[in-house]
Design a protein around this ligand. Structure first.
Ligand code: PRP
Length: 181
């Protein structure tokens, strides 16, 4: 059920719903690891808050790394132009890697990162995304762990922005196209 908080923004998922789902995802990831170590790779900036919560829901020895990709407009991104602007700090060769994303949209970002990371021959490579918009997909790619599958809505909060704002909202909210302020 939708409620209205956060300066009249409509809430899509409350912090409680997010917390419950992130805990479930962490449990699944823990079970799949079977006691092995994990490298969690966050894709800046949107995934920062999700990674922070998901990491604490995973009961395994884990390290963090972060990458950043070009922030071209979505129009340009749709042309396939994804560029790495911050690489991994450490080699992932032979490691169990989990890419952590806030949202899987066209799939261009994750397809690019998956291909790039596989060149380093990790022991395993999995993807966790909090949100998935399957209807928007251009590249064929699926996440191994999906928090919520949603239609093509403009979402903000819990790490996700509109013009760099709203990342610190604790809930995932809908940005009305008519009232972006
Ligand atoms: C968002 C999101 C993903 C990407 C997904 O990042 O965090 O990285 O878009 O889109 P795709 O599947 O169409 O490639 P954004 O460019 O908004 O940058 P941000 O994480 O810094 O907000």
């Amino acid at each position: 059920m939708l409620t209205v908080t956060n300066r009249d923004l409509e809430v899509l998922y409350t912090r409680e719903q997010i917390g419950t789902r992130v805990a479930e995802m962490g449990l699944q990831i823990t079970q799949d690891l079977k006691g092995e170590k994990l490298v969690m790779v966050g894709v800046l900036k949107g995934a920062a808050i999700f990674l922070a919560d998901l990491a604490r829901a995973v009961d395994a020895e884990a390290t963090f790394d972060f990458v950043a990709v070009s922030s071209y407009g979505k129009g340009q991104r749709s042309s396939g132009a994804v560029k790495l602007i911050k690489d991994l700090d450490q080699s992932i060769e032979g490691k169990n890697v989990l890419i952590v994303e806030d949202i899987l949209d066209t799939g261009l970002t994750l397809s690019y990162l998956r291909k790039l990371f596989l060149q380093q021959h990790p022991r395993s490579l999995r993807i966790a995304t909090l949100l998935d918009k399957p209807s928007r997909r251009i590249e064929k790619i699926d996440a191994d762990y999906v928090g919520f599958s949603i239609p093509n809505l403009f979402v903000i909060g819990y790490g996700m922005d509109y013009a760099e704002r709203y990342r610190n909202l604790p809930d995932i909210c809908l940005m009305s196209p008519e009232h972006p302020e």
